[in-house]
Design a protein around this ligand. Structure first.
Ligand code: ADP
Ligand code: MG
Length: 423
């Protein structure tokens, strides 16, 4: 996959109407609908400002949450949940949609930009069309939630064409959504010249660079809860990494596969054979595979559980591994010390409990000290690094949870593939 794409700087934007796909999928308070973190809106500002300052008229769009776009599908979903079809009311569906309007995002964006953000009550309907047509250079319009259109998630060409017809240029800056082939993330690129904004550019530069052309040795640190959710990542990294380090919950499946005792630790019995194969595959490929040599185990899955350090594979009955042990920490820190590039996905332990965050913190600290390019991918890993206070010490923290995983899996991302290649 080519990660070298044209950006907003490579095209003329003055006097153009730009359809800008943002990731405004912000977390909201379930009761009040209030935006609980505006991080994603703030992250979109540089590209928006660049476009406005350079004389473009910006038609911004995004999805928010998972609205059900038609009443029929809403009824179907409710029936699946055990409700009687005749008891499902149209008002309930409308209410569910209202909760996912982008209107509060328009308001917050306007405060952050210090200028009016015109809001359209639909995506490609009369309101959007009229407001887009009247939009002047330096002005910004935000369309309603793209998923209110049933064609969005189906990548319906009619919807893509209708969205494209309002603009002269498509800019994608929603990295969190590039792994989805939807009308607004990929489909529109069939009808407009398509380039990346600054957020995607940065992700491609660092994540893409680390995968396509890493400074070696390339060390991959993999952790998190399950082996099964990381198969694609492990497979791909086995092809490109020099060293793979395993920690977190997934380590116990590896340990059990080698005949170790793992007590009540997270174990995916169905994936033991796979783990064994991985160990063999690493050997044949000459990839160094490091597994924990000791573990911090607890007598309960709780922040204040009793804990003890034991050798890997010797977890007593009734105990469960919640973090890597001190000898493992030393081993892993040494392995990253002379790395050229480190890709980290998945915490080393249950970092949400301070007592079991030590392994994750030690690895974060080691990364902060290496001269290696350090790249963090994955939602929880990014949260862990931020929570532990090492965010500004990393080369790059990916903003896309699911998208960054698919990136690490080496998959072709539809929202990236659709952009024009750089010359
Ligand atoms: P990411 O989102 O970065 O890809 P994952 O979602 O795979 O990471 O995993 C994160 C979760 O893994 C965290 O919530 C963490 O508590 C959990 N985890 C890590 N180690 C263990 C463990 N030993 N036992 C249970 N859960 C663990
Ligand atoms: Mg996660």
């Amino acid at each position: 996959m080519n990660y070298n794409k044209k950006t907003v700087r490579d095209v003329e934007v003055a006097g153009k109407k730009v359809l800008l796909r943002c990731d405004f999928n912000v977390p909201q308070d379930k009761e009040t609908g209030e935006i609980t973190s505006d991080k994603r809106i703030v992250a979109a500002l540089p590209t928006i400002r660049y476009l406005l300052d350079n004389g473009a008229a910006v038609i911004a769009c995004s999805h928010l949450g998972k609205p059900v776009a038609t009443f029929e599908s809403y009824v179907k979903k409710q029936v699946e949940k055990g409700k009687d079809a005749s008891s499902v009311k149209k008002e309930d569906w409308e209410k569910s949609l209202k909760k996912l309007t982008l209107a509060p995002v328009a308001k917050r964006l306007s405060e952050l930009l210090g200028q009016e953000v015109i809001f359209a009550s639909d995506v490609v309907g009369e309101d959007a069309q009229a407001k887009a047509a009247a939009l002047q250079p330096g002005q910004i319009l935000l369309l309603e939630n793209t998923r209110f259109e049933k064609g969005e998630t189906k990548n319906d060409p009619e919807l893509a064409k209708a969205m494209a017809s309002m603009a002269d240029l498509y800019v994608s800056d929603a990295f969190g959504a590039v792994h989805r082939a939807h009308a607004s993330t990929a489909g529109v690129a069939a009808y407009l010249p398509a380039v990346s904004g600054f957020l995607i550019q940065k992700e491609l530069e660092f994540l893409g660079g680390a995968i396509a052309n890493p400074k070696r040795p390339l060390v991959a640190i993999l952790g998190g809860s399950k082996v099964s959710s990381k198969i694609g990542v492990i497979n791909n990294l086995l092809e490109i990494a020099d060293t793979i380090i395993i920690g977190g919950g997934m380590a116990y499946t590896f340990s059990a596969a080698m005949g170790g005792k793992v007590g009540n630790s997270l174990l995916e019995a169905d994936w033991m054979d796979y783990s064994k194969d991985m160990i063999e595959k690493a050997k044949t490929k000459g990839v160094k595979l490091l597994l924990p040599v000791d573990t911090v185990c607890a007598d309960a899955f709780a922040p204040d559980a009793n804990s003890q350090v034991v050798k890997a594979g010797e977890i007593p009955d009734g105990w469960e591994g919640l973090d890597i042990g001190p000898e493992t920490v030393a081993l892993y820190c040494e392995a990253v010390a002379d790395a050229g590039t480190v890709i980290w996905n998945g915490p080393m332990g249950v970092f949400e409990f301070p007592a079991f965050a030590k392994g994750t913190e030690a690895v974060a600290e080691a990364l902060s000290k290496t001269s290696a390019i350090t790249i963090i991918g994955g939602g929880d890993s990014a949260a862990a690094v931020e929570q532990l206070g090492y965010a500004d010490k990393m080369t790059h923290i990916s903003t896309g949870g699911g998208a960054s995983l698919e990136f690490l899996e080496g998959k072709e991302l539809p929202g990236v593939a659709c952009l024009l290649d750089a010359e």
